[in-house]
Design a binder for this molecule. Structure first.
Ligand code: HEM
Length: 315
């Protein structure tokens, strides 16, 4: 099934215990753009240098660029489906867009590895960017999200994961690239924990302890899993998620950093529309009664080969 010989970035890398997510905006001026372009050729080397020191640490870095920065940084050609983050939902329940030109998704078994690579990558970017959001995520007990349900079970694996996330013949100049959508969610844990386990299970559409899908006869059409299952021409269309819990218990902050990869923004946007607007409209995802999206960004992830070559482009 491989549809390209280009080497992808570490989009389909194995699940890790730790991650750092950094979203930054590009400073004005040609020097900033020049520095970011040069940096593109350094990402792989820095990741190797830091990762080599801890065998089995599974350190990886994926970087992506938003529509707002592509032309200034790299000019033509541009990825066919790259566009600004599309907002969905009414004001009180909105998937909103927030500023961000560059995304770093750093994963490893241990936070020290993520921390060191983030430090090196940010040092190499210098004052060319302004960080607008930085989240350190951790893997919670038995792969559970911070709301207590196992997260990631229905992810595609192996060649299916590659098939659903890596661009093929539809955009040959950018084959083995991907699109990635991120959203930072904050949860009202008091309200969530006030629900019975059975009520929580109906929100998610799966059993809490055993993580088994609820029977169709009891699974509500507004459950999270019902609204995020997509079918096209009788076939299921999947995305690859690697959500991470984060938080500051002392500050009463409990969150999920949502990250979804796909070979086109379309399936992820369709899921957002189903969740925030509802399917049909009004039949929205009740998880959103307990979760507020406070950020949103869409980025293009070039293949590793294209990323390195972008250093030679002129904006
Ligand atoms: C509030 C943040 C979110 C939390 C806590 C969350 C949690 C979960 C959990 C616990 C599951 C069930 C287990 C699994 O298969 O992973 C799940 C499934 C899923 N979620 Fe989310 N999710 C969140 C946001 C999103 C968003 C924004 C999207 C898409 C835009 C999404 C897409 C999916 C998909 C595709 C599935 C698998 C459905 C299936 O095939 O059964 N999730 N999520």
């Amino acid at each position: 099934m491989p549809e390209s010989t280009a080497e992808p970035q570490a989009v389909c890398s194995p699940i890790t215990r730790s991650a750092i997510f950094i979203v930054a905006t590009l400073k004005p001026g040609p020097e900033a753009a020049e520095r970011v372009r040069g940096w593109c050729a350094d990402v792989a080397g820095l990741t190797r240098s830091v990762g080599k020191r801890v065998p089995g640490g599974n350190l990886s870095c994926v970087c992506g660029f938003a529509d707002s920065a592509w032309d200034r940084l790299f000019g033509d050609p541009r990825p066919a489906a790259l566009h600004p983050f599309r907002e969905f939902g009414p004001e009180q329940r909105r998937a909103l867009a927030t500023p961000g030109d560059l995304l770093l998704h750093i994963r490893a078994e241990h936070m020290d590895l993520c921390f060191e690579l983030a430090t090196q990558l940010m040092a190499a970017l210098g004052d060319a960017v302004t960080v607008v959001d930085e989240v350190q995520g951790f893997r919670y007990f038995d792969m559970r999200s911070i709301i207590g349900f196992v997260d990631g079970t229905e992810n595609p694996v192996g060649r299916k994961a590659e098939h659903f996330t890596l661009i093929g013949a539809e955009d040959p100049a950018f084959s083995a690239g991907s699109y990635v959508l991120v959203q930072k969610y904050l949860h009202n844990m008091q309200a969530w924990n006030a629900l019975t386990v059975e009520a929580q299970e109906r929100v998610i559409g799966r059993s809490k302890l055993a993580d088994i899908e609820l029977d169709e006869s009891v699974k509500p059409s507004c459950s999270h899993s019902a609204l995020t299952v997509l079918e096209q021409d009788g076939e299921e269309v999947k995305i690859l998620r690697d959500n991470m819990p984060f938080g500051r218990p002392g500050a009463g902050e409990f969150g999920t950093y949502f990250i979804g990869y796909a070979r086109s923004p379309e399936p992820i946007e369709q899921m957002l529309e189903n969740m925030f607007v509802g399917k049909p409209a009004g039949n929205y995802d009740r998880l959103l009664d307990f979760s507020t999206a406070v950020s949103g960004g869409l980025f293009f992830v070039p293949s590793a080969d294209v990323l390195e070559a972008l250093a030679e482009r002129t904006g």
